[in-house]
Design a protein around this ligand. Sequence first.
Ligand code: NDP
Length: 483
Amino acid sequence: MRAQPQASHFIAGAWHEDCDGALIESRFPATGEVIAQVHAATPAVIDRALDTAHAAQADWAGLPPVERGRILHRAAEILRARNRDLSVLETLDTGKPLQETLVADAASGADALEYFAGFAATVTGQTIPLGRDMAYTMREPLGVCAGIGAWNYPIQIACWKAAPALAFGNAMVFKPSELTPLSALALAEILSEAGLPAGVFNVVQGRGEVGAALASDPRVAKVSLTGSVPTGRKVYGAAGAALKAVTMELGGKSPLIIFDDADLDDAVGAAMLANFYSSGQICSNGTRVFVQHAAKDAFLEKLAARTSKITLGDPLEEATQMGPLVSAPQLERVLSYIAQGVEQGARLVCGGTQVGAAGCFVQPTVFADVTDSMTIAREEIFGPVMAVLDFEGEAEVIARANATDYGLAAGVFTRDITRAHRVIAQLQAGTCWINAYNLTPVEMPFGGVKASGVGRENGHAALEHYTRVKSVYLGLGPVDAPY
Ligand code: NDP
């Protein structure tokens, strides 16, 4: 199986190669087979990408917004027309099952391009009456934005960053994760085919140091990172030192609270989606599942029955519901968390072991009787490991849910809608669901509070993060100077 791109980078509307950069191998996580090789960007490649983005940005911003939108719309159509090929590519690169990538990856990227394509031409300023004089405001693009992506939703992350950035007149240099270098290149090629002027969207490969070079370069006005909290601290620090704008979409350890009046079948389904979709490699996952005491036994019984039926296997088979983890180090990390769960006294309800010798497969795993102090209840695992915790009262569960440095997401299941709103209002999280979990339509802003992030992606909120306001005072009379 090969998924070799034409070259490592896409710069100035064309494929670009420089074999001096370190070799990066992309592997199919189900077998470990190498599917593509790319080279990390050398300083010369980074320079070229930033220069070309810088040179292209002003003309792009000068186009009527409706024309920018038309190009993004065309790109969305191409993405949809090639959804199957892009989904296979994403499955090969990430190991996520085709059943998921067919509906969740390029498709959600196309949603973002469509949404921001339409948004572009609606952006306006204000006029501010000041008596004899007046003022007005304009929304300006920031300039060149650096996008740095994680490996769990590579094309979606690239689109969630590129679509608003480009719609509002910015240019972008995007660096995908070294583990999943391929689909961002496919996106760059599609944008170019849709008519995007050369240099407006560029992709460079590389490890952290390439991201770091982008984050600190004076040609970059804004840095948007999707990644872990430790990386977020470094990138935010580098960008902050140069007073650049940032969006930080970071990790989480989100609570999913299930009251005993909830529809238990729905709650179980949501808890499974919140822990097992994409083999649990989702930042907003509800990995601390708090179940009210009276519902605990029934919840666990239904959960164990449904979890034991999950089909794990070849992610390229459409019937497969769960694929491998993204890499061997990630597998080791997840297995070590499972071992800590057992050592610290959590009750293993199902799963818990690696599957097969080849590939990075681990069983969907549920721990019950988890306490707040256990490592599996405190640290982001990024694997299919659900921790079920008991609770009795509303105030108690809110306090425990908030007792974390993270604040990305939260969910509540109850039939009492008053309680649902009351509880959600007190949870320290940026993205919340009531009687649902992990649905992230592009219309809804997405992002975290506390250590989980800064800024928002998607929705109208994205305008704030990819434009700045210019205020213009218009003097309409003589200048009243006291000199
Ligand atoms: P990492 O933080 O390891 O990496 C994220 C990206 O940053 C990668 O492209 C990485 O490059 C790059 N990078 C690493 N070090 C630096 C640096 N010093 N300066 C600039 N860039 C750097 O995250 P993962 O890729 O492992 O992704 C998993 C994490 O992402 C989880 O914590 C998850 O919660 C979070 N995430 C958050 C989301 C959100 O929207 N809130 C969504 C998805 C994931 P390389 O990989 O090549 O080393």
